[in-house]
Design a protein around this ligand. Structure first.
Ligand code: KG4
Ligand code: ZN
Length: 340
C-alpha cells in the first residue's frame, strides 16, 4: 500500500511517498528559511503564500522521485494540525482536492504525534511499550506515556515557550539568524557551559512540567548587564556569546533530560521515543546517553526525519487508516491546537 503524505503546518512545504507505513520511497522538503530569515522568525502570511506556490511542485517531485503516478497511490495523508491556520488550510485543502478528484481515501493526522512516529519509522517499527514520548520541537515540549501508537496519556507539557522556541529567541537576542537552534549549538561548542548559572524553569506543584521563558529572561538580563531593559543590548565579545550559548544549552537540555528520566522511572517505561526538531541537537543526545542509568533504549528519529517532513505524516496516516479501517470524512477541519 502506497501513501502520499503532505505537510504544511509551519514553514516547510513537504510531500513524501511511503510504502506500508514504514518504508520511505521519497521524501521532499522545501524549506522556507530564506523567506523568514530576514524577520528573525516565521511570518505566517509569507509562509502561506510560499505554501501555495510550492505545494503542487513539491507533490509532483515526491511522486517523480518515487517513480510512481497518482494512480498508484492508495491513500492521501495530511497533517491537519497543530500549526498555523493559513498554512494548514493549504495542505489540507490540497489533500482533500486530490482525494476527491481521484476518489481515494484521505486521512488527517496530528503533526506532533507524527514526530514521534518518525522515531518509530527510524527503528523499523521496533518499539517496546509502554514507553515515554518526549516531544521537543519549535511549537511543542511535552512528555507522554505511550501505551501503543495511537494510545497516549499526557504526562506534562510546557506552560510557556517550547524548547525550540527558547533556542530561537535566545539566538535572536545573540544576533543570530533564524532558526536559532543549530546556531546556538554551533556557538556552544566553543563556549564554557558553566560560565553562567542558568537553569530550566520549575512549575509549582508540577515537577514534570516545563517552563523556558524565565531561562530566556535570564539570558536577556545577562546581556543587558548594567543597562536598563529599554536600552539597546550592549555589544559583547564572541567568547561571551559562545559562553552564553553553551550555558543556555546546558540548562535547557539538562532540564529535559532530568524530567524525562523522572517520568520514565515513575511509569516503568521500557524505552524513550523522541520527536521534534530539537532532537537534532547533539548535546541533547549526548546528555541523554550519559544519564541513561537504566540503559533504556533511546529511540531517536534519524536526522533526516527529525525536522518537519511528510514521510512521518504518510507513515502515521497509513497506521491510522489500517487501525480505523477507513479514511476520514472530507469535512474535517484544520486544528491549530490539538490536545493529546
Ligand atoms: O519540529 P520542528 O521542525 O518544527 C516544529 O514542529 O516546531 O522544529 C523546529 C525547531 C526550531 O525551533 C529549531 O530552532 C529547532 O527545532 N532546532 C534545534 C536544532 N535544530 C533545529 N534546536 C536545537 N539544536 C538544534 N541542532
Ligand atoms: Zn514539527
Amino acid at each position: 500500500m502506497l501513501t502520499l503524505g503532505i505537510e504544511s503546518t509551519c514553514d516547510e512545504t513537504a510531500s513524501a511517498v511511503v510504502r506500508g507505513g514504514l518504508e520511505i520511497i521519497s521524501n521532499v522538503i522545501a524549506s522556507q528559511i530564506d523567506v523568514h530569515k530576514a524577520y528573525g522568525g516565521v511570518v505566517p502570511e509569507l509562509a502561506c503564500r510560499r505554501h501555495v506556490d510550492l505545494i503542487i511542485p513539491v507533490i509532483d517531485q515526491a511522486l517523480r522521485e518515487a517513480q510512481c503516478t497518482l494512480d498508484e497511490i492508495d491513500l492521501i495523508a495530511v497533517a491537519r494540525g497543530p500549526g498555523l491556520i493559513g498554512a494548514l488550510l493549504i495542505g489540507l485543502n490540497t489533500a482533500k482536492a486530490i482525494a476527491l478528484a481521484t476518489n481515494k481515501p484521505f486521512i488527517g493526522v496530528n503533526h506532533v504525534e507524527a514526530h514521534l512516529y518518525a522515531a518509530l519509522m527510524s527503528h523499523g517499527g521496533n518499539v517496546p511499550f509502554p514507553c515515554i514520548g518526549c516531544v521537543v520541537s519549535g511549537g511543542h515540549t511535552a512528555l507522554l506515556l505511550i501505551h501503543a501508537i495511537g494510545s497516549y496519556t499526557s504526562i506534562s507539557h510546557t506552560v510557556d515557550d517550547a524548547v525550540g522556541e527558547a533556542f530561537d529567541k535566545v539566538a535572536k537576542l545573540l544576533g543570530l539568524p533564524y532558526p536559532g537552534g543549530p546556531e546556538i549549538e554551533a556557538l556552544a561548542k566553543e563556549g564554557d557551559e558553566m560560565r553562567y548559572p542558568f537553569r530550566g524553569g520549575r512549575v509549582k506543584d508540577q515537577p514534570l512540567h516545563f517552563s523556558f521563558s524565565g531561562l530566556k529572561t535570564s539570558v536577556l538580563y545577562t546581556l543587558l548587564g548594567q543597562s536598563s531593559a529599554s536600552a539597546p543590548l550592549p555589544p559583547i565579545s564572541h567568547q561571551e556569546k559562545c559562553d552564553i550559548a553553551a550555558s543556555f544549552q546546558r540548562a535547557a537540555c539538562n532540564d529535559i533530560v532530568k524530567k524525562t528520566y523522572l517520568a520514565a522511572g515513575m511509569h516503568n517505561a521500557k524505552a524513550i521515543l523522541f520527536g521534534g526538531g530539537v532532537t537534532n541537537n547533539r548535546y541533547l543526545r549526548a546528555r541523554f546517553e550519559e544519564e541513561n542509568r537504566d540503559a533504556l533504549p533511546l529511540l531517536w528519529p534519524s536526522l533526516g526525519l527529525s525536522l518537519d517532513n511528510a514521510a512521518m505524516i504518510a507513515g502515521l496516516g497509513h497506521f491510522r487508516y489500517q487501525a480505523q479501517g477507513r479514511g476520514d470524512a472530507l469535512e474535517i477541519e484544520p486544528q491549530t491546537r490539538i490536545a493529546f
